[in-house]
Design a protein around this ligand. Structure first.
Ligand code: NAD
Ligand code: ZN
Length: 360
């Protein structure tokens, strides 16, 4: 047995208003006036003075607003990297991602691709990255994905939706400022929050579970229950706790894996462009066979917050489209092995996967 030896975020700061310390945190990382800091900022913050006025631009530093209607593509990363190479004479001093999972994944991927030759699609997979990334900082503005702590950046490429998983992917610095999440719309708060809840359920019920994953997963699950089911927390405490639940959920899957919901959700996302948070919710709603207690809790949370999920999304699909989704989902072997054990292929047949998709 060889155990995974995995890297973690090197530095992290937590607290309401800690975003104000960004400038002093990154200043020592500046490599001269020609090496800018590039800020990728979720375009929901465009014109939002409350946030953007606190970003200090010096020399050639630049803010690039990122649309987040669609999840990141490998070709998009290649273009962003090319833009930087063409515009600046030197490599950036740092890449800073301010936003949800999409923007954080873009920041990670760009920082990796600035120091690794070729196209982003060449690195989708496990441990294909050769060179350390540019200094990169993650600042979540919505809680749940665990992207702030993970060693992956999830990208859709020409052939697959798969992360660039590597020891160089985790952020060098993370700023956890729960105040930044104050304006997240309720439905999005639920979908992204449920990503965290589902990470916990899939990790805690997986065959890869160990004490390391369990310790983080149980804590995150308890926090999710307090936030989404019990009315015991005030708004600010709930924001603080969800930010930490996201972190712990991410730490839990770091040493185990996700499971059935994520695998099937990747299929939906690849074919239909359905985003991660809501896609996981759509799938998880139908997984009582695999996660009975988790699905029951999920349904309680859904009804408590009056969340209506889309229905009939697979109704009009043809055989070929089902095949594409099933191919994407079933290619994620570690997820299935974690969820269903080494003989997962006997349980999750193509017919079974199709039957599940047909319910959604
Ligand atoms: P997101 O990045 O898609 O953002 C969701 C929406 O919330 C966007 O419309 C955004 O504009 C809005 N938003 C974000 N912060 C806001 C704020 N403070 N106020 C108002 N609106 C705000 O959502 P997400 O669920 O955080 O991320 C999903 C992405 O993360 C997917 O691309 C998924 O593949 C990826 N992901 C990555 C990992 C990882 O480990 N790298 C893990 C899980 C998911
Ligand atoms: Zn997830």
């Amino acid at each position: 047995m060889t155990y995974k030896n995995f890297p973690m975020v090197s530095k992290v700061i937590f607290g309401r208003g800690s975003f104000n310390q960004l400038e002093e945190i990154i200043a020592p990382k500046r490599n001269g006036r020609h090496a800018p800091f590039i800020y990728y900022v979720d375009d929901v913050f465009k014109g939002n003075h409350w946030l953007t006025s606190r970003i200090t631009l010096s020399y050639k530093d630049k803010i690039i607003y990122v649309p987040t209607k669609e999840e990141p593509k490998t070709s998009q990363i290649d273009t962003l990297v090319e833009d930087i190479i063409l515009e600046f004479s030197e490599k950036p001093s740092g890449i800073i991602g301010i936003g949800g999972g999409i923007v954080m994944d873009i920041a990670k991927a760009v920082s990796l691709m600035l120091t690794n030759k070729g196209e982003a699609k060449d690195y989708q997979g496990w441990d294909l990255i050769k060179n350390p990334a540019i200094y990169h900082v993650g600042i979540p503005t919505i809680s749940g994905t665990g992207a702030e702590v993970s060693r992956t950046t999830i990208l859709t490429g020409p052939e697959r939706k798969l992360g660039i998983n590597s020891d160089y992917t985790p952020f060098d610095q993370v700023i956890l400022d729960p105040e930044l999440t104050k304006d997240v719309p309720k439905d999005q708060w639920f979908y992204t929050g449920m990503d965290c809840f589902i990470h916990c359920i899939e990790s805690l019920n997986g065959t890869y579970l160990n004490a390391f994953s369990q310790s983080y997963g149980e804590k995150a699950l308890d926090m999710c229950k307090d936030i989404f089911l019990n009315d015991t927390l005030d708004t600010e405490t709930a924001q603080d706790q969800l930010m930490m639940a996201s972190w712990h959920g991410g730490m839990s899957i770091a040493y185990s894996q996700v499971g059935v919901a994520h695998a099937l959700s990747y299929g939906l996302s690849y074919l239909l462009g359905i985003k991660h948070g809501i896609g996981n919710c759509i799938v998880f709603d139908h997984l009582d066979e695999y996660y009975p207690e988790g699905v029951k809790l999920f349904k309680d949370m859904k009804s408590k917050h009056g969340i209506e999920l889309p229905k009939g999304i697979c109704e009009d699909l043809d055989e070929h489209q089902f095949d594409v989704m099933i191919d994407v989902a079933l290619s994620l072997e570690p997820l299935w092995e974690n969820a269903l054990g080494k003989k997962w292929q006997k349980i999750m047949t193509r017919d079974k996967a199709k039957e599940l998709y047909q319910k959604m």
